[in-house]
Design a protein around this ligand. Sequence first.
Ligand SMILES: [Zn+2]
Length: 289
Amino acid sequence: MEITTAHKIIFDVAAFVFGGCIGSFLNVCVYRIPLNRSIVHPGSHCSACGAPIPWYNNLPIISWWVLGGRAACCGTKIDARYWVVEAGMALLYLAIWMKYGSTDIVAAFIYAMAAACLIDLDHYIIPDRFSLGGCVVGFIVCAIHPKLMEQTTALHGFSWSLASAILGALTLLGVAWLGTLLFKKEAMGMGDVKLLAAMCSFLGATSITWILPLSSLVGSVLGIALIFWQRGAWGTRIPYGPFLGLAAVLWLFGGDQVTYSYWDHVWHAWSTTNPMVPIVPANVANPGQ
Ligand SMILES: [Zn+2]
């Protein structure tokens, strides 16, 4: 069947709507998981008065606008963040769909990380079921799809995923140790270490050289800005998880290419200046000519 522009638009809209629904569910998960409540039972209800929310008042993105940011039952103000998460996840799903087409693994990874980061933002904790659980899922997924680690066999996919996770954890542990040495206080939690391990189990070890510098840079800039805006004291606690998450998402949307071509450049520059490395131009591969 020929895919027309109309088809494409319908698929894009469907992807956006589906993403909004996931965002809505994500809000429920982020609210309930740290409270150890079930994420499916009971159904949606008002967190202020407990009244059940009918489906037509629970439409992702739309309902918040229609109800003017207030609960229909009791008029309690609903934080705009719920809307931002729904709209953001809808756009993200559309972006995943447009770039990757097949969306299952990438989308599952992104939404699990998004939930972890939002919980970190609210409670300064990253539940182990996301970080350590994410690692285990990463190892299994890479055994099933070794291509994710640029490998061909299940054993190699699994091993590379495991090695990447360990390397990610060790790198951040090193940074945390340095930070403690420099600032004489704990700069990072073990939750962040485990979260980066989970990210690396999916994205590979090279992603560390993108995620770590970018998340530290954005985190520092925002941290300093917050100190000035909110007259917060030095050492105002800012969770690091969301910055790791942001960098990981950007890795999936171009950061990987930037990083790989950077390392190609470095390798090329080093190998052409270092006489110990034999230079074999591609066009003299055939010695018979
Ligand atoms: Zn209510």
